[in-house]
Design a protein around this ligand. Structure first.
Ligand code: GLN
Length: 206
């Protein structure tokens, strides 16, 4: 028996909204943009795309989405954040702005722009727990990494320990806590929808 096609919102304040929506559709969901509390109330899950977490934090307030989003996350709505979306979902962000809001849906501390200026964009292959069919090609753009995780947070991927990885070796770049998923990289940009499939599965099982 096939499972129901869930309706998944993409927070449409900034970032790769169209790319995420296309991947969600390929992964078996109906994707809708979310800009208003009314739209947020109707989705089965939400993707928070990359962009600039400081700007997105401010826009969440302007669009009166901050408290409704906190409420839905507290009620257990599944969410998937990539890059800036990961930063927003974390309990705490280092090297952020003091007035930047945290959604506190993932018990972890992230560091913004953690990979440094010289290597602010790069690509690489990762082993990703829960994603079958071999390693995953990952695109990092001024990405955060996860500095510290609480007990309930499952680590899904780390930067491989290669000779040129330097301080980035073994850093955590994908996590899951219950129905909340986050990646420091941009799975919407590679044409490989396996991470989106994982998230659609999480929403369907909820
Ligand atoms: N550096 C950005 C931030 O701090 C994230 C970059 C991205 O989402 N591609 O929010």
């Amino acid at each position: 028996m096939s499972k129901k096609r869930p309706v998944i919102g993409v927070l449409a304040l900034q970032g790769d909204v169209r790319e995420h929506a296309a991947m969600l559709e390929r992964a078996g969901a109906t994707a809708v943009p979310v800009r208003r509390p009314r739209e947020l109330a109707e989705v089965d899950g939400l993707v928070l795309p990359g962009g600039e977490s400081t700007t997105m934090s401010r826009l969440l307030e302007t669009f009166e989405l901050l408290e409704p989003l906190r409420g839905r996350l507290a009620d257990g709505m599944p969410a998937f954040g990539s890059c800036a979306g990961m930063i927003l979902l974390a309990r705490q962000a280092l090297d952020g702005r003091e007035d930047q809001h945290q959604l506190d849906a993932l018990d972890m501390v992230v560091r913004r722009n953690a990979f440094g200026r010289q290597v602010d964009s790069f690509e690489g292959d990762l082993d990703f727990t829960g994603v079958e069919g071999g390693s995953l090609h990952a695109v990092f753009i001024r990405a955060p990494w996860v500095e510290k995780t609480g007990d309930g947070v499952e680590v899904l991927a780390r930067i491989p320990h290669t000779r040129d990885a330097g301080a980035a070796a073994d850093r955590i770049v994908a996590v899951r806590q219950g129905t909340v998923l986050a990646t420091a990289f941009h799975p919407e940009l590679t044409g490989d929808e396996r991470v989106h499939r994982l998230f659609v599965g999480i929403v369907q099982e909820k």
